[in-house]
Ligand binder design. Structure first.
Ligand SMILES: [Mg+2]
Length: 178
């Protein structure tokens, strides 16, 4: 019989902008500009019912650039978290990198796997049973480095870069779990 310490969970790691909420082509740091992608809650409810933990992994380089603050980011994330809970798919964690490569070097931002690997260690997650979903090549790179399988969403990720590819979250919600 396995002891508790040997049990490893599986997770779906979600990029934020362009996966959870619509990519606006600019930094999103207010609730007014935070528009959920259609299909995101369907997708996350199905994932939850199959035993996946849901964890957000997001670069928020606008903080390093002084465009918005950590406090604004965390306030927005609380509102986002409440919506997920209300929709029946609570988030296990939210990891964001406040750094930006144009401002300073850092080990945290994607394409580094730092945030995913940290989340795996904190929440006892097996990366090999887990998926990273993103709309940018750096999301896929971070997932691969962490040892996860990957899902690309939309035109900026080449379909042959990721293990699975969908043109939208709505389409992923419909077909990923088939
Ligand atoms: Mg994105």
């Amino acid at each position: 019989m396995k002891t508790t310490s040997e049990i490893l969970y599986k997770a779906i790691f979600l990029d934020r902008d362009g996966v959870i909420n619509q990519e606006m082509g600019t930094y999103v740091y207010t609730w007014e500009n935070f528009k959920f992608e259609s299909g995101i809650f369907d997708f996350c409810r199905k994932a939850t019912s199959l035993g996946y933990k849901l964890i957000v992994i997001t670069n928020q380089g606008g903080i390093a650039k002084g465009i918005y603050t950590r406090e604004q980011t965390e306030h927005l994330h609380k509102q986002m978290q409440s919506m997920f809970s209300a929709e029946g798919c609570s988030l296990t964690g939210i990891y964001y990198s406040p750094f930006h490569k144009d401002i300073s070097k850092n080990i945290m931002s994607k394409p580094s796997d730092w945030m995913i690997t940290r989340a795996c260690s904190i929440h006892k997650i097996d990366p090999q049973q887990s998926w990273m979903i993103g709309d940018k090549p750096r999301d896929i790179a971070a997932g691969l480095r962490a040892g996860c399988r990957t899902v690309g969403i939309g035109a900026e990720v080449s379909p042959n870069l990721a293990d699975r590819w969908f043109d939208s979250m709505a389409s992923a919600a419909q077909h990923f779990f088939e």
